[in-house]
Design a protein around this ligand. Structure first.
Ligand code: SAH
Length: 357
């Protein structure tokens, strides 16, 4: 096997101690590490040239030694309904990723992508239609947030990893990303303000439990029986709901954090009274919060939203059984809000095919 010696180190993915060691090995003074780290993670530098308190000579050397991740904005859409903004960013290799900025009463939230594409194959999701291209690096996840902070001029207080990709399918980079994001020398976002959403990769959920982070874990359940879940999500053939619930119990016991169940309501598929009763029973033992999402119709799929009366009845049934339920506000419905849709539209237009638009 050949070593990948040609690749430069991705400096924005290094922890402060790794960067300190790195620079020491190159004969630079240790205090430089903190200075450069803060330029990258706190002061929003888009490249070494902005680090004006470093000598020209050092900046030149840094450029030779390291890759500096800075995503480029390709497109921005703003919702006229609620001000939600959706960004399409280009990575250094030309791949595109989507991120969303939402303004809530409790602060601004950014939803980031964790992979280019996805290999989980959920049947209602646009992100997975072309499969997985590659994992995002820690710096590429972070820089979606940094770029949005600069573009909006506002502080980001919450981060949700709910964009394109399955975060637990990119486990090691996800963990590095969370540690950088919550580091006191960087953006210093509280772990409690970070949510990771998974389609339910049981071994990684257990591994994550053992990290004992204070983040919120959201499980995309979407069905309360294995049969229905298998219709919607191929991953349900690998892990049963029983195994998932055991992993949720383990997570709760290890971290003390309540898990959220996400449940996309698909008209005529998973929105009956019986579905609600079963879901309530699954959520009860661990006191899981339930977040209902009216399915966002994707052009390539035939699914329809449950009608308003069914959604209300579903919510009422869960509440009657004592469950804690919210219906996700549909932010940015007018701007290709559902995962992966802006990227697909952009690619279609580049290919000259406006037919989908
Ligand atoms: N892979 C992760 C995170 C990405 S998706 C996961 O599966 O949780 C974020 C959430 O949006 C998931 O609950 C996903 O199932 C849901 N989702 C994807 N496409 C959707 C659509 N068209 N309508 C409603 N929810 C959707």
């Amino acid at each position: 096997m050949t070593e990948r010696t040609l690749d430069k180190i991705d400096i924005k993915s290094l922890s402060l101690s790794e960067l300190t060691e790195e620079l020491k090995g190159r004969g630079e003074k240790p205090f430089r590490a903190r200075q450069i780290y803060q330029w990258m993670h706190r002061r929003g530098a888009r490249g070494f040239d902005e680090m004006t308190d470093l000598s020209r000579d050092l900046r030149k050397k840094l450029k030779e030694w390291y890759d500096y991740t800075a995503v480029q904005t390709v497109r921005m859409q703003q919702s006229r309904i609620d001000g939600t903004r959706k960004f399409l960013f280009a990575l250094a290799d030309g791949n595109l990723v989507e991120s969303v900025w939402m303004r809530y009463k409790h602060g601004n939230s950014v939803c980031i992508s964790s992979q280019v594409g996805c290999r989980m194959g959920c049947s209602f999701c646009a992100s997975t239609l072309n499969g997985l291209e590659r994992n995002l690096t820690p710096s590429e996840m972070l820089d979606q947030i940094y770029a949005i902070g600069l573009l909006t001029g506002e502080r980001v207080s919450n981060v949700v990893v709910m964009g394109t990709g399955e975060p637990l399918d990119n486990y090691d980079y996800l963990l590095k990303f969370i540690r950088l994001l919550t580091d006191e020398n960087g953006l210093h976002i509280s772990q409690r303000n970070v949510t990771v959403s998974t389609c339910g990769l049981v071994p990684q959920m257990r591994r994550l439990a053992e990290e004992r982070l204070q983040i919120t874990l959201a499980l995309s359940l979407h069905a309360a029986t294995d049969e229905k879940r298998q219709l919607l999500m191929p991953v349900a053939r690998r892990y049963s709901i029983g195994e998932l619930m055991e992993a949720c119990g383990y997570y709760f016991r290890q971290t003390g954090r309540r898990i959220t169940f996400e449940y996309s309501l698909v008209g005529g598929v998973n929105d009956t009274d019986e579905d609600a009763a079963r879901l309530a029973a699954l959520a009860a033992p661990l006191g899981c919060h339930i977040n209902l999402i009216p399915v966002n119709p994707v052009r390539e799929r035939n699914y329809v939203q449950s009608d308003a009366a069914s959604i209300r009845a579903f919510k009422n049934r869960l509440e009657k059984d004592g469950r804690n339920v919210t219906i996700r506000r549909e932010m940015g419905r007018d701007i290709d809000g559902a995962c992966g849709q802006l990227r697909r539209r952009h690619q279609d237009e580049l290919n000259g095919g406006m037919e989908r638009a």
